[in-house]
Write a protein that binds this ligand. Structure first.
Ligand SMILES: CC(C)(COP(=O)(O)OP(=O)(O)OC[C@H]1O[C@@H](n2cnc3c(N)ncnc32)[C@H](O)[C@@H]1OP(=O)(O)O)[C@@H](O)C(=O)NCCC(=O)NCCS
Length: 157
């Protein structure tokens, strides 16, 4: 684990490749239920559509070491659709700080609750969200991928 002074800022286009590298880290692929890496073209489409809602964690040299994204799901709720820290930087409190930052921006947006869909076997993520006050709201059901995930929710009011 590398200790680093880090800050959280909105993503800019220069972060494009670093975010792709983290997305294609094997453990991030597993956490998102993907079996093959995201190609440059797929990432470009995703970036064009979503980069404005991406927050990145950067170290002292402005190197991206994590990222997260919120996506509005209903008028009153917002979902954490991405949360990842580069493998070399895990276990140093960065994921927790990033999660807190996402919760704060959800609160500022006026959302009443924050949702997250987490794989049942993702112990780190389950522990992280549980510690932040999220509760499981819906068990596993539906398609194979859906059965391997559960919905969690944090009430903001
Ligand atoms: C989940 C993830 C974002 C956590 O980031 P992190 O920077 O390592 O997390 P932190 O150091 O802030 O740890 C916060 C909490 O996470 C849990 N956690 C972190 N590392 C853990 C480990 N090795 N084992 C079990 N729990 C762990 C603990 O609850 C920890 O709190 P604690 O230190 O007080 O016990 C990171 O492991 C990751 O990117 N994983 C792959 C992608 C992923 O699973 N994303 C979430 C999808 S929903």
């Amino acid at each position: 684990m590398r200790m680093a002074a880090f800050t959280i800022r909105s993503a800019v286009d220069q972060d494009f490749r670093s975010v792709l590298e983290i997305q294609n880290d094997p453990s991030v692929m597993t956490a998102s239920g993907r079996s093959k890496p995201i190609s440059l073209d797929e990432h470009l489409d995703w970036w064009v559509a979503n980069s404005k809602s991406v927050d990145v964690v950067v170290d002292e040299d402005d190197t991206v070491i994590g990222f997260g994204r919120l996506d509005k799901t209903t008028e009153w709720s917002i979902q954490i659709v991405s949360l990842a820290v580069a493998a070399a930087y895990r276990g140093a409190g960065i994921g927790q700080r990033l999660l807190e930052a996402l919760i704060n921006s959800a609160r500022r947006s006026g959302a009443l609750s924050v949702l997250a869909r987490i794989r049942t076997d993702n112990d780190r993520s389950n522990a992280l969200f549980s510690k932040a006050g999220f509760k499981k709201v819906v068990g596993a059901y539906g398609s194979k991928q859906e059965r391997e995930e559960e919905w969690w929710s944090l009430r903001l009011v």
